[in-house]
Design a protein around this ligand. Structure first.
Ligand code: SAH
Ligand code: SF4
Ligand code: F3S
Length: 459
């Protein structure tokens, strides 16, 4: 075994069995790993099926209504499981727990509700269930970063791992529920981030993904030496310098905050991946203002131009919302045109979903008809498919360093990995293993994948 402590789950059928289901963003995935770490200390072991579980935990997301509807559907499944096997406990964690509190606790399938800042309390809450009935803690903290908890990794490949560098969000985009369910923004002590990264590297991980809702506003001030602060560019530099063979990624960047210093820092380190996720949301200035994004189209395009000037090979991806309150057809066309202008490599695209308590909910009308939202979203998706295909076609004939993540889903004769630009690349297997870096010449592509073959660059 490894001489360092294990970052992988301890699997022991003699212990109490814990099943964890995770929805939402990468930060939730990482939070589930924190929860597993805390509950292993309470004597639980991870299991793979609901039918084996003594305790079922669901880490939830509130970002759009359909994310919440899925969870309500799952609760009916857990209710049946509890009927079959009385004594099984069900806990709801995460953003929906924070938002709905008692409304979730009242559901017959639910024993426990715990918000994102209360996971240290889980052991105590679970113990209290047997004597005091249903339990809840949804208190948000302005300090909790779980800095001293070493997450237990649940990924399958052992190659790529997340590290949360901050929690919460202060940006108050008018459509967004995150500031309400995750609380105030707080940055984590860089020492604890470097320690976690070092432990991952010592356990064989080859790629580190730094997470925050707005990584560009990361700022650590040492309470004892307040004049010495660490911003995101310096944190990224420190992580990249741990080991030049380890790839470093990060998300999410905010167009209002991404600095020249960060862009130049990336360009200095070949192991910082050439990919920036830079959500634009809309290409229209009136809508951006109404969304409270604090940049306009011109400023966004200026940031893109800077990235391209310093790192011509850097991929840029985005998030887009179709049909925000009062969006006109012309304003939708502005989103389509900024997509063409930037030529995004990939995108996450959504229909606007009104979230209770947000500024948009309180002050604006959700007045774009659902069929119009759907049509606009479909136009955006069709355009992005074209742009992704174009971006992939440009890779044909070129050679990329690919870090292998595993066997391809379709065949065990093929492996897949990612380029620095985050493009998935599939190639014939020849004894490689996950974590290896290989040089791949791209021969063809689809809009989602590059297809290539290994080459020996010394030839
Ligand atoms: N912090 C990140 C985004 C986190 S949420 C950022 O600022 O970019 C991920 C994405 O969900 C957002 O970028 C946005 O495109 C989408 N989203 C957030 N709230 C939404 C809502 N109410 N309806 C539809 N999409 C939404
Ligand atoms: Fe939501 Fe805006 Fe914060 Fe992103 S930056 S999490 S979209 S409020
Ligand atoms: Fe969803 Fe919460 Fe993430 S609302 S997107 S899980 S921060």
């Amino acid at each position: 075994m490894n001489k360092f402590y294990s970052v992988r789950p301890v699997l022991d059928k003699n212990l109490k069995q814990l099943y964890i289901e995770t929805y939402g963003c990468q930060m939730n995935v990482n939070d589930s790993e924190v929860v597993l770490s805390l509950l292993q200390k309470e004597g639980y072991s991870l299991c793979e099926n609901i039918s084996e579980a003594d305790l079922i935990l669901v880490n939830t997301c509130s970002i759009r209504d359909n994310a919440e509807q899925r969870i309500w559907g799952r609760l009916d499944v857990f209710r049946l499981e509890k009927k079959k096997r009385p004594g099984v406990l069900v806990g709801i964690l995460g953003c929906m727990a924070e938002r709905l509190k008692e409304k979730l606790l009242e559901h017959p399938a639910v024993d426990l509700v715990a918000g994102p800042d209360s996971y240290r309390d889980l052991g105590k809450l679970i113990k209290a269930l047997s004597t005091d009935g249903k339990q809840m803690n949804t208190i948000l903290s302005s300090e909790e970063t779980y800095a001293d908890i070493s997450p237990v990794r649940m990924d399958r490949n052992g190659v790529s791992a997340f590290i949360s560098i901050m929690r919460g969000c202060n940006n108050m985009c008018s459509y967004c529920v995150v500031p309400y369910v995750r609380g105030r923004e707080r940055s984590r002590n860089p020492e604890s981030i470097l320690k976690e990264a070092t432990d991952l590297i010592n356990n064989g991980y080859r790629e580190i993904n730094l997470l925050g809702q707005n990584v560009d506003s990361y700022m650590w001030k040492d309470p004892e030496k307040p004049e010495e602060c660490v911003n995101f560019a310096s944190l990224l530099r420190m992580v990249a310098e741990l080991d030049p063979e380890i790839r470093v990624r990060f998300s999410t960047s905010h167009p209002k905050d991404i600095s020249d210093e960060l862009i130049y820092t990336m360009s200095e380190y070949p192991n910082i991946c050439r990919h920036i996720h830079l959500p634009v949301q809309s290409g229209n200035d009136r809508i951006l203002e109404k969304m409270n994004r604090k940049y306009d189209r011109k400023k966004y395009l200026e940031r893109v131009a800077k990235i391209r000037e310093v790192m011509p090979d850097c991929a840029i991806s985005t998030d887009i919302i179709a049909g925000f309150c009062s969006e006109t057809e012309e304003e939708h066309q502005d989103t389509m045109s900024i997509m063409r202008e930037v030529g995004y490599d990939s995108a996450f695209m959504f229909q606007y979903s009104m979230r209770p308590d947000t500024k948009a909910y309180r002050h604006f009308q959700d007045d774009v008809p659902p069929e119009t939202k759907t049509r606009r979203l479909n136009e955006i998706i069709a355009l992005q498919n074209e742009l992704s295909a174009e971006s992939n076609k440009k890779c044909i004939g070129r050679i990329f360093e690919v870090m292998i993540e595993g066997f391809s889903k379709r065949s065990d004769k093929e492996m897949f990995g990612r380029t620095s630009q985050n493009k998935v690349c599939v190639f014939p297997a020849n004894g490689e293993k996950p974590g290896d870096k290989v040089m791949i010449k791209v021969n063809s592509c689809t809009s989602a994948t590059l297809l290539g073959e290994r080459i020996d660059i010394n030839q």
